[in-house]
Ligand binder design. Structure first.
Ligand code: FAD
Ligand code: UDP
Length: 391
């Protein structure tokens, strides 16, 4: 069996599926994907629940990207429901758009004060601009300081404490910067040019992505039980494997956590189906000042399913990842100490020139779906370059 395949791809999430398709189609390689779950799609997996409502098993996924290359590529495998995600923050019972924008401003303050603040924001930053909460907190004007305090305390502080277990000052600034403050009346959560939801869902997209005669798939198999790196050599099913390996799982686990576990946050999801057509007015409501969960998502807003009298929601409860059976590492905790530990693991792979780390887990990064597709396409470009170099 070892000689049957040119490439082994570990994990059938977006990273694994895109690189497999590229290896199979563009480079004509025989690829075996090994996936430990009993389904394809990784964390984007969706399915019809018992009430016929399409739900995202591992949290709400909305595709968004500024990259034409990424959008064109993935659009080969799906049509799109034209959907712009909107999120409201529940701030002591008032629902305000997030990212905090000029509409939120007029909900948070009386109109006279809001109008004064709007003028100051426009004078300082310009119209249609985006800034981070840290930039706003650097202001010295007393009213802008008051605004910064309002947004920090009511949008970022408690949500971040729930999500990460620490205050915003103790996490990597790039994490909070994902959610800007907008000097505009754009209520969309993302401002990217391309956004939407696959018309028939993510699992259907994956089925098309993987449908290629050169791709085989083995589910319910933990690769760490069959794949080993001994020195610079790869053993697959205890025999030497000389082909390409692309690994998209957690890197510490591949090496039996020999230097200690890489820290992650995990989530508990609570699905609830209600006897009503709609539960809430927008796709997601963030609970930014109270409640033990961070957000509630109502899937029908995302998918556009026309089902009367039933709707399914999901609550997300973040907590520390311990590595216990059944837990999934969702979010890498970005800081210098953790990168240092990650680099120790990565170093172990560096002598093995055809062993590649790809994806949110294997690269220990906070990637969106579009970034994963881009990384996979770039890795494929790189591999083609190496192949050509051999000629
Ligand atoms: P994964 O999807 O995690 O896939 C890795 C796969 O490898 C998994 O299937 C896993 O089972 C398998 N695997 C791991 N170890 C092994 C092993 N030892 N053997 C065999 N198989 C193994 N991005 C967006 O762009 N928009 C969103 O709205 C969005 N929402 C999100 C919401 C949540 C709650 C989360 C957690 C993420 C969200 N993301 C979103 C990010 C998105 O999920 C990721 O960018 C993308 O799924 C990462 O793909 P991946 O292939 O790197 O990882
Ligand atoms: N965040 C927040 N309040 C919000 C939304 C986000 O404090 O209402 C912070 C929080 O720290 C979160 C980060 O911004 O982890 C990034 O948010 P995003 O919505 O991008 O997170 P994801 O969808 O990836 O979980």
């Amino acid at each position: 069996m070892n000689n049957t395949y040119d490439c082994l791809v570990i994990g059938c999430g977006l990273a694994g599926a895109v690189i497999s398709r590229e290896l199979a189609e563009t480079q004509g390689k025989k690829v075996l994907i090994i996936e430990k779950r009993s389904h394809i799609g990784g964390n984007t997996y969706d399915f019809l629940n018992e009430d016929g409502i399409l739900v995202h098993k591992y949290g709400p996924h909305i595709f968004h990207s500024g990259s034409k290359r990424v959008f064109d590529y993935i659009s080969r495998f799906t049509q799109w429901r034209d959907y712009s995600h909107e999120v409201l923050a529940d701030i002591h019972g008032t629902l305000m758009p997030v990212p905090f924008n000029l509409n939120s401003l007029y909900m948070a303050f009386d109109s006279e004060k809001a109008s004064r603040l709007e003028k100051k924001l426009v004078a300082t930053y310009g119209t249609d601009k985006r800034l981070t909460i840290s930039q706003l907190r650097d202001q010295t004007d007393s009213e802008l300081v008051e605004l910064a305090d309002f947004v920090y305390n009511n949008v970022f502080l408690h949500y971040t404490e729930k999500q990460w277990g620490v205050t915003p000052d103790h996490i990597d600034p790039s994490v909070i910067a994902r959610v800007p403050i907008l000097i505009s009346r754009d209520n969309r959560y993302f401002q990217d040019k391309y956004q939407g939801i696959p018309s028939n869902g993510y699992t259907s997209l994956f089925e098309k992505l993987l449908k290629h005669p050169n791709i085989d798939l083995q589910l319910d198999t933990d690769a760490n039980m069959v794949l080993k790196m001994i020195g610079n050599d790869i053993l697959f099913n205890e025999k030497p494997f000389k082909g390409t390996v692309v690994y998209t799982g957690a890197l510490d686990e591949f090496f039996d956590c020999r230097f200690g576990r890489l820290p992650y946050r995990t989530l508990d999801f609570l699905f609830e189906t209600h006897d009503m057509t709609w539960y809430q007015s927008k796709g997601t409501i963030n609970y930014t000042v109270d409640k033990p969960f961070t957000r509630i998502t109502e899937f029908k807003h995302l998918t556009g399913q026309n089902i009367q009298g039933k709707t399914t929601t999901m609550k997300e409860y973040p907590r520390e990842y311990t590595g216990n059976e059944g837990e999934i590492p969702y979010y890498a905790i970005l800081n210098d100490e953790n990168f240092e530990l990650y680099r120790k693991y990565k170093k172990l792979t560096e002598g093995c020139s055809d062993f590649h780390l790809l994806g949110r887990l294997a690269e220990y990064k906070y990637y969106n779906m579009d970034a994963i597709i881009e990384c996979a396409l770039k890795l494929a470009d790189h591999m083609i370059g190496v192949e050509k170099g051999k000629d």
